[in-house]
Design a binder for this molecule. Structure first.
Ligand code: NAD
Length: 484
């Protein structure tokens, strides 16, 4: 598989035009005051030095180096820590390696390095423990989604927040993508009246979708499955768009495409064990095709045996690839949601029905997966001159429309953003790293707090319980440890 891509997102995720924009529209980037003269930079530790950590490292050694600095690494794998020490040297040739710690030494790290804020970018199942211990060690926390993978994890964090009074921020970058922010503006403006229901379909393609079946996410104990790991982004969006709280959840789903049994049933018995060196296979990820993948994963395997490129049809998968969820909200709206992880194109469609009309958002992030002469999927066709870059019938793009009763449809302009994830990551980083210097409060209230993190995983955790029992599950019965 041919890879390329920014370090701020999953290397298999699509790179739609909005993620390449360098010139955001007026008003998209908030204004910030300069830091007061003499104010000490905040001291950050990065816990979990895998791929996602790169976004924070780039920010704190680049645009936000005036307000914060990384003072320590924590990861069980020394090769991945080496990679980031090298990254620091690439940013500043005279940079010395930072102090490094293993997970059992977290409290010592916070004390010795006088850490103000711990950034948690480790696998999902470890978040609850690492957030709890960081708070109790005396640091605030920025934690990647999902906040926790199960109800006990949520309760554990709730206890630590209540007992320490310290801050936890869950990062929800999708809110900051201008198309998603604009939909919130449309709903909040009252243009479609009171919202009565939302229909939300998310399609992951056979490159990006398959990635969740190649590594730790494939085990539900690690990720909570895609209803927690991936859909917590989507459930957070709906919670935030509606400014409401989920109340009851019913889910249905199964593993119907990936996995060894499905491959056998389809007559594909001889799959490669792993993607690296498996030329000619559109489901494979070759770690040698990208220096970052090779450095962070292939060369780090000898320390922990973590393989980033397992065949998505190899045995051991315990998560679903087709999921449907119904969510009732407290104020009365219903969400019908579906997630598919083996689609030929990637993107999403949202319909919001209201008492005065409906809003519709359609986003195509990758129109089709292009395959090279050898049969490998090409992640970024625009990096290879001469390759077609879009399907004329399904061009990459985004469209937001509003239609009020008895009126024609109107298209709502979506302003250009900056950075990855539909233009969301760069502005998210500004809010996380220098939010206290904002000159005006955000009318869209995009900065997610700890409660937003709980509300988002509440739906996925309830959905997992519903999958197990076949029954609807109320969020209250999960006893997540905090009043939502
Ligand atoms: N917001 C987004 O769009 C987005 C995108 C990608 C990843 N993420 C999130 O970031 C997190 C990391 O994902 P990734 O793709 O970088 O994974 P990764 O596998 O690349 O990296 C995880 C790192 O954590 C380390 N680790 C394992 N156990 C640990 C422990 N107990 N303590 C500390 N470190 C530990 C691993 O050695 C590895 O270096 C996940 O929670 C994921 O959901 C979010």
């Amino acid at each position: 598989m041919t890879t390329s891509g920014p370090i701020d997102q999953n290397p298999t995720a699509p790179l739609p035009p909005s993620s390449r924009s360098g010139s955001p529209a007026a008003g998209v980037v908030p204004d910030f005051a300069p830091p007061p003269p003499g104010r000490a930079r905040r001291r950050y530790a990065v816990v979990g030095t895998g791929h996602r950590a790169g976004m924070y490292v780039a920010a704190l050694t680049g645009d936000h180096a005036d307000v914060g600095e990384i003072v320590a690494w924590l990861d069980p794998n020394p090769a991945r820590v080496d990679w980031y020490d090298d990254e620091l040297r690439r940013a500043r040739p005279d940079a010395a390696p930072l102090p490094r710690y293993t997970p059992d030494q977290l409290e010592r790290m916070v004390a010795e390095q006088r850490v103000d804020i711990v950034i948690v970018t480790s696998p999902d199942h470890s978040h609850a423990e690492l957030v709890d211990r960081s708070l109790r060690a005396g640091a605030d926390v920025v934690v990647e989604k999902p906040l926790a993978t199960d109800a006990e994890g949520s309760r554990r964090i709730a206890r630590a927040v209540a007992e320490t009074g310290r801050g936890v921020v869950t990062t929800f970058n999708y809110r900051y993508a201008p198309r998603n922010s604009t939909l919130r503006e449309v709903i909040a403006s009252g243009a479609i009246g009171e919202v009565t229901g939302v229909h939300f379909e998310w399609a992951l393609d056979t490159v990006h979708g398959a990635d969740y079946f190649r590594r730790w996410h494939r085990d539900k104990a690690n990720s909570g499955g895609l209803l927690v790991h991936k859909a917590s982004h989507h459930f957070d969006l709906v919670n935030w768009w509606l400014d409401d709280v989920p109340r009851r959840v019913y889910a249905s789903g199964a593993l119907r495409f990936y996995g060894d049994e499905n491959a056998r049933a389809r007559g594909w018995p001889d799959r490669p064990e792993r993607g690296t060196d498996a030329a000619g296979d559109p489901f494979s990820l070759d770690l040698r095709s990208d220096p970052r993948l090779e450095g962070l994963y292939l060369r780090a395997e000898r320390h922990d045996g973590y393989r980033r490129d397992l065949d998505p049809f190899a045995p051991g998968i315990t998560i679903e690839d087709n999921m449907a969820v119904l969510v009732d909200y407290r104020r009365g709206a219903t969400l019908s949601y579906s997630l598919n992880a083996h689609s030929p194109w990637e993107g999403y469609r949202v319909t919001v029905n209201g008492t005065a009309g409906r809003a519709e958002l359609e986003v195509i992030e990758r129109g089709f997966v292009e395959v090279d002469e050898e049969g490998n999927a090409i992640l970024d066709p625009s990096a290879t001159p001469g390759l077609a870059t879009h399907d004329p019938l399904r061009p990459e793009g985004e469209r937001l429309t509003v239609q009020r009763h008895w009126r024609r449809t109107e298209e709502v302009t979506i302003p250009a953003g900056i950075g990855g994830h539909g233009g969301g990551d760069a502005i998210l980083l500004m809010d996380i790293l220098r939010g206290d210097l904002r000159l005006a409060p955000d009318p869209l209230r995009r900065a997610a707090d700890y409660l937003d993190g709980v509300r988002a995983v509440a739906v996925g955790i309830a959905a997992n319980r519903s999958l197990a029992t076949g029954l609807p599950v109320t969020v209250d019965e999960l006893a997540l440890g905090v009043d939502l």
